[in-house]
Every structure is written in structure tokens, then in C-alpha cells.
Design a protein around this ligand. Sequence first.
Ligand SMILES: O=P(O)(O)OC[C@H]1O[C@H](OP(=O)(O)OP(=O)(O)O)[C@H](O)[C@@H]1O
Ligand SMILES: NC(=O)CC[C@H](N)C(=O)O
Ligand SMILES: [Mg+2]
Length: 500
Amino acid sequence: MCGIVGVVSNAPVNQLIYDALLLLQHRGQDAAGIVTQQERKFFMHKAKGMVRDVFRTRNMRALPGNCGLGQARYPTAGNAYSEEEAQPFYVNAPFGIVLVHNGNLTNAHALKAELFSTDHRHTNTESDSEVLLNVLAHELERSTRGVPLNASEVFAAVRAVHKRVRGSYAVVALIAGYGLLAFRDPYGIRPLVMGRSGDTVMVASESVTLEGTGHEFERNVQPGEAVFIDLQGQVHAEQCAESPRLNPCIFEYVYLARPDSVMDGISVYQARLNLGEALAKRLVSTLPPSGVDVVIPIPESSRPSAMQLAQLLGIPYREGFVKNRYVGRTFIMPGQGVRKKSVRQKLNAIASEFKDRNVLLVDDSIVRGTTSREIVQMARDAGARKVYLASAAPPVRYPNVYGIDMPTKDELVAHGRTVEEIRAIIGCDALIYQDVDGMKKAIGSLNPAIHGFDASCFDGVYVTGDISEGDIARLNERRVGGSEDDADSSRLALPNAEAA
Ligand SMILES: O=P(O)(O)OC[C@H]1O[C@H](OP(=O)(O)OP(=O)(O)O)[C@H](O)[C@@H]1O
Ligand SMILES: NC(=O)CC[C@H](N)C(=O)O
Ligand SMILES: [Mg+2]
């Protein structure tokens, strides 16, 4: 996942895009970038680091114009440490296009070869987003051959993109001198919303971005739909996919999105409360509530689920871990070394909440097990008698190919293991997981219009069709630099400050 935003206004947009990116920071901490447009000229600044570190006053001053876009990146393809793969990406023909992308293409490898041999286009990075931009550019060139660019030519190009591209993609692109284009893949795997404030139209990954910048939420961009906002602020929209179907990523509700966002008609906060409720029901049959003295959440994302669970079971809810707010989200950091170190930097136990108690720790999900292992040990060190662990999501057993950085099954603590084996690795006294159906029901009941979810990392079913072992291996090859053994020591010392 990444956070993306695009704006068309009748006033300068640089500060607005910056503010929007701050509200999307939780979706990507590795790089950030903004492009604005004035008189057909693009102005771009992008670099590695958190939003507040990437943009200095002098960079902001150099971003004039009344329309633009931005991205906060969490890499899933290419090199996590390369500035060149930070977004937005730019091509000069046709027209001049810049693009930001949230998601992951599963056929980027084949498309890259095809772009070179058939379309005679060169891509210079391992990023799938650069591939996507070049496919869009090629199709826009075809649809406007001999005719002026209007919304219908833009939509024809998006229709062609949907036919060539596989995987997940929520996209915002700016066509120099014409307007802003936003579209979502035919399954709507990654989120995209739009809203308005006066003459300003904004599209963004999450509704919190609209709210936090004073825009009123209008609607979700539909799966397969393209929205073109011309420079006068006129909105054109068309369904560009042959058989669109809403299958949003369920992990957005479990962990990725902010709880104050509403996505595809579902409040993320309510989804997490419901997960806590479903987990409570499971717990009753496995762990007698009388044996638990206290429920403690593992901050940040598990809080609503833990709170709801504690209330339903009638067990006191206490904050046993304090989060250092200056350390970012650990799961979306590249490299296992930096993640592990960051858990200890990020969370510290309040010993009095653990001493001589049987504690039930609740997390939203257990992926590599990095957090749980450290946290269980910290609870024991703080004097807990028994340490139980419950996960509001089911075991993460399969790689994700749609924009969450868990591309190999070997890194997943639950892959190929029984719950008892996982428990032994994590080192807790009991481990209770949500089940897959329980999770789908808990979230799906909040919007019956949803046809189903992409829950592939839990159930191994890939909504875009067959994903072979070979595809997964190729996707992993494209992820240069984000792998387990590459966390260099400078990153360990300063996980968030290296770009400062
Ligand atoms: O099993 P793991 O590989 O450790 O991954 C799972 C953990 O990572 C996330 O926390 P994170 O620190 O990223 O963010 P949060 O503060 O939003 O909970 C998630 O909430 C789990 O706690
Ligand atoms: N997490 C994402 O959405 C990643 C976008 C894109 N695949 C990249 O690696 O930059
Ligand atoms: Mg967490």
C-alpha cells in the first residue's frame, strides 16, 4: 500500500497536497513526492523519507500551480532504498504525464518486456508503477492519434490499460495541460475516494484525507471506473472495465487504513470493533475469561478490537505498553533487522500492569511474528504470570501480491505451521486466532453490497485469477533491496530519520 492524492483547484495546491500526504503517512514511510502543474510545466520534488523530512520550505516554494498529485510510498516492487523509484513517475510523451500508484502489478515482468519489444518504450527502474505509467502513455498515444484529447480518449486509454495490466492499482495521473485522471482496478482491491470543497476536487486513498483537509466526501471511485477532472474542475466519469466487481483488500480494514476512514462504505473503526466481537466469541470456547486478569492491546492498530473484546468478556482493559510516537509503523519498514529493533524502540511495558497477572495481549494481526515474539518476552520480563496472545485476524499464511510487502511464504510465521507450532515460536502460553469466515462476516456484514474481499494472505484465493508459484517468485525478484537480509546498520540506528 501507498498513499496517493490528486487535486484540481483554482488556487495553489502545494500546501494542500502536503497536508494530504501527512494524513496518508501511515500508508507509506519510505519516500514521498509531489508534482504540481503550471502552464503545462510540471514541478516535481521527491525523495526518500517521511513527508515532513522530504519537503522543506524551499521545496514547497518550488511547487507552483493549481493542480497536482502526491504519494507516500511503501515499496512492494523495485528497490526500497532507491530515490529513483520514489513516486511520482514522469514520461514526456504523449503530452507529458506524471503518475502515482497504490498497488502492485502481477504481470509487470511480462509487460516490461512487451513495452520494450512491441511498444518501443524504455523503463529504467524495477518499479511496476513505471511500467504502468508507460502502458497508460502508450494507450493514450493510440487513443489520441489524429484526434484531440477529450475525456472519451482518456477513457479509451484506461479501457486498454485494464486489458493489459493485471494486479491491483489505484492510480492518479496528471496529463499536462489537460487534467487529472484517477482510476481503480476492476476488482477495486486498493481504495480510492473523491470529495470536494468549493471549486477544489480531491481524490485520495482514504476518506480521512478529505476530512482532514476540509473536503466533503462525495463517493468512492468504483472498481474499473475512471474519473477525469479537467482543468476547469469539470468531472467526467466512465466505467472502463468489462466486468467490474468489488473485492476490496480485507487487510486494509485489519491493519493498513486509519480507523477514522470509511472505505467502500465500511467504517474501518467499526470493522475493528466487529473483529474484536468475533474474537471474543471464539475466546470464550478456548480460554475461560476467568483465567485472564487483564486485556492489553499491542498499540496501535489493535486498540479498537482489544477494547471491544475486553468489554464483551467483562475483563479489565488496560494500556500496558506505551508507544513512542516518533517511531513509525514497524510492519511497513523494509528489512527484518530494522523491524525487530523498532519494536523495542517503539513499545515499552508498564511493569505494574503485568506483574503477577495473567495477561491477554491482543494484536490486529501476526505476520512475520516480529512484534509478537518481542512483546511476549517483554510481558514476561515485566513479571506476567501467564501470557496469552489473541489475533483479531486469522493466520497470515500466503504471500500477498497486491501491494502489501509479504511476497514470500517463508517469511510468514504461520505458513505451513499449526497454531501450536506458531505458539511455540512466539513463546506465549496460549495463542488464539480469528477464523477466516469469522473475519469476513465481521467486516462484510457492514456493507452487503460488497461481493467479497481479497483475503488472499489468509485464504490463498487470489481474486484476479490464478497466481502461480512462478509469478510469486518473479514478484519477489522484483523486490530488490527490501528483503530480509538487507537492513544496513545506518537504518537500524535511525529508522525514520535518515532523510532528515
Ligand atoms: O507479525 P509482524 O510481522 O510483527 O506484523 C504484525 C504487526 O505489525 C503491525 O504493527 P505496526 O507496528 O506496523 O503498526 P501499528 O502501530 O499501526 O500497530 C501490526 O499492527 C502488528 O502489530
Ligand atoms: N505499496 C504500494 O502501493 C507500492 C506501489 C508500487 N508497487 C511501488 O513499489 O512503489
Ligand atoms: Mg501493530
